[in-house]
Write a protein that binds this ligand. Sequence first.
Ligand SMILES: [Zn+2]
Length: 257
Amino acid sequence: MRLFKRMLKILGLVIGTLVLAVVVLLAVTLMGRRPIVDGYEVNGIRVIKDSTVTVGVLSLGEREVALIDTGNDDTGKAILAELSRRQLGPEAVKTILLTHGHPDHMAGVHLFPRAQVLALTSEIPLIEGRTSLQGPLRFFFRRHPTGIRVTRALGDGERVTLGRLVLRVFAIPGHSPGCAAYLVSDVLFLGDSADATKEGRLRGAPWLFSDSQAQNRASLVQLAERLVREKVTVKALVLSHSGALSEGLAPLTDFHN
Ligand SMILES: [Zn+2]
């Protein structure tokens, strides 16, 4: 009996330590982020807040929009409210561009069955649920079909015409295998591949939620070099889990591996 009690005590201690470690890890991961501003707007691109993530809303014409990611809320409350603000319904969403295949960016896809869904080829198995997550997240999520079908596979460097807009696609693997950055109207969407700090610096994706931090950081450095080399104009950086940065490309070129 005494041995049993002692074993229970040790087990309690181990579980308590593990819970504490996870809480500390989460706090360190999430602390210091610049808060998301709901309704941030630059060059006609609007960024809305859906619980803990951002969704980009691009106006393609009179009554047509494209979304960059679809948020964490499967009822799509924030997205539908934004459409309603424009006096539009869900049918106005013609295109969904996914930055990557983590569930908190794809919860609203099912609300827009008429929209084409675009993503980098290397991310499609993860988006459709045909492959498992990598990195520490694999211990929390099992592989399962998501019901999402990517209707157009994208390649690195591709230009996509969406109504009156032309969007460029960049592969920035590391957070997940086929993470994409999208550049449209001089606004660069980086998804989860980077966060903005309260001080306005850029930092790479957190270890806890990423496949490879080293690859993520190398991808960010390479993207900065590429955009500088190509003399691409960037006015703002939009991140998924933190507020946007309006200092042009500087926060990305200042980022060091
Ligand atoms: Zn992610």
